[in-house]
Design a binder for this molecule. Structure first.
Ligand SMILES: C[S@@+](CC[C@H](N)C(=O)[O-])C[C@H]1O[C@@H](n2cnc3c(N)ncnc32)[C@H](O)[C@@H]1O
Length: 269
C-alpha cells in the first residue's frame, strides 16, 4: 500500500505572456506559500513562464527550482530528463509542501504539465494533482489580432503544424479556421500552401503574444524565408469553405404565442 504524499502538485496556467491574463486562482496559488517549480529548456537558461510572473510583479522565492525539459527528439535524453524531473518533484512533495508548477499558456493544452503529472503519478500514485486552467496562446492571439476563432456554426481546429501541409490542406476543407501551432519549422511550406489556396490575405501570424516583444504580422507573405521564434502560431481563416448541412433540431424553438403552444413546445417529442 502506498502512503499518501503530503504535498499537492498544482499546475498553474499563466496565460501566454501578459501577466494581466494570469487568473486569480493561479495568482493565489503563486502566493500560497507553495514551492515554485518552473520549466527550462537547459540548465541556467531563462524560463519564459517564470518571466510572465516576474513581469506581473512577483518576486521569485529563493527556493524556486527549475526543472529541465530539453527540446530534443532523442528518446534516451528525453526519458532521462523526464525521469529526473519526476523524481525531483516526488522528493519535494515528500517534504510536505504544495508545489506549484508554472505553465505558459493553458496547462491542459500541449503543455509539459500533463505529462509531468502522469509520470509523477507513476512514481507516487496517491499524489493529489490540481490543474488551474488559463488563457491559451491562440485565444490570446485571436483577441490580439481582432480575429474570431469561430462564430455561429463555424468550425475550428487547433493542430501542431508538424503534421505537414498535406494534412493542413485536407483540414481546410473541414474547418473555417485552423490554428497552426509550432509552425516555425514548416513556415515556408505552409505559406506556399496558403498562397496556392488563396488564403494569405485571411491568415495572420503571431509571435510571443502578450510578451513585451509580441509581433503580429497580417501580411504573412513577408515572413517567407524568415527564422521565426518557437513561440509563434498562424491563424488561418478559410472564408470560402463549402459547408455541410446542419441538424437544426438543437436550435431554440420560436417563442410560443399561446398556452397551448407553450405546452406543446415543452412536451417531449
Ligand atoms: C508546447 S505548445 C504550448 C501551448 C500552450 N500551453 C498554450 O496554452 O497555448 C507551444 C506552442 O504554442 C504556441 N505558443 C505558445 N505560447 C505562445 C505565445 N506566447 N505566442 C504565440 N504562440 C505561442 C506556439 O505555436 C508554440 O510553438
Amino acid at each position: 500500500m502506498n502512503t499518501p504524499l503530503p504535498g499537492r502538485l498544482i499546475g498553474a496556467s499563466l496565460g501566454p505572456g501578459d501577466p494581466e491574463l494570469i487568473t486569480r486562482r493561479a495568482w493565489a496559488a503563486l502566493q500560497s506559500g507553495a514551492r515554485w517549480l518552473y520549466p527550462v529548456k537547459k540548465a541556467e537558461e531563462a524560463s519564459y513562464a517564470l518571466g510572465i510572473v516576474q513581469r506581473g510583479g512577483l518576486a521569485v522565492p529563493a527556493d524556486a527550482e527549475p526543472l529541465v525539459f530539453p527540446m530534443t527528439r532523442d528518446p534516451v535524453a528525453l526519458a532521462r530528463a523526464w525521469a529526473r524531473a519526476a523524481t525531483r518533484t516526488v522528493e519535494l512533495l515528500q517534504e510536505g509542501r504544495d508545489l506549484v508548477f508554472l505553465v505558459e499558456g493553458d496547462a491542459s493544452t500541449f503543455a509539459t504539465f500533463g505529462h509531468l503529472a502522469r509520470v509523477v503519478r507513476e512514481l507516487a500514485p496517491d499524489v493529489a494533482v490540481e490543474t488551474i486552467p488559463g488563457v491559451s496562446s491562440f485565444a490570446a492571439a485571436a483577441a490580439a489580432t481582432g480575429l474570431t476563432l469561430a462564430e455561429e456554426d463555424e468550425t475550428f481546429a487547433v493542430i501542431p503544424a508538424a503534421y505537414g501541409v498535406e494534412l493542413i490542406d485536407r483540414l481546410l476543407g473541414d474547418f473555417d479556421t485552423l490554428v497552426l501551432l509550432k509552425v516555425k519549422p514548416l513556415l515556408d511550406e505552409v505559406l506556399a500552401l496558403l498562397e496556392a489556396r488563396g488564403l494569405l490575405a485571411s491568415s495572420c501570424f503571431i509571435e510571443k503574444v502578450g510578451a513585451p516583444d509580441e509581433r503580429i504580422v497580417h501580411d504573412v507573405r513577408r515572413l517567407a524565408g524568415e527564422k521565426v521564434n518557437y513561440l509563434s502560431l498562424l491563424l488561418v481563416h478559410n472564408p470560402g469553405r463549402a459547408r455541410g448541412t446542419l441538424r437544426r433540431g438543437c436550435r431554440k424553438r420560436p417563442a410560443a404565442t399561446t398556452t397551448t403552444d407553450a405546452l406543446t413546445a415543452a412536451s417531449p417529442q
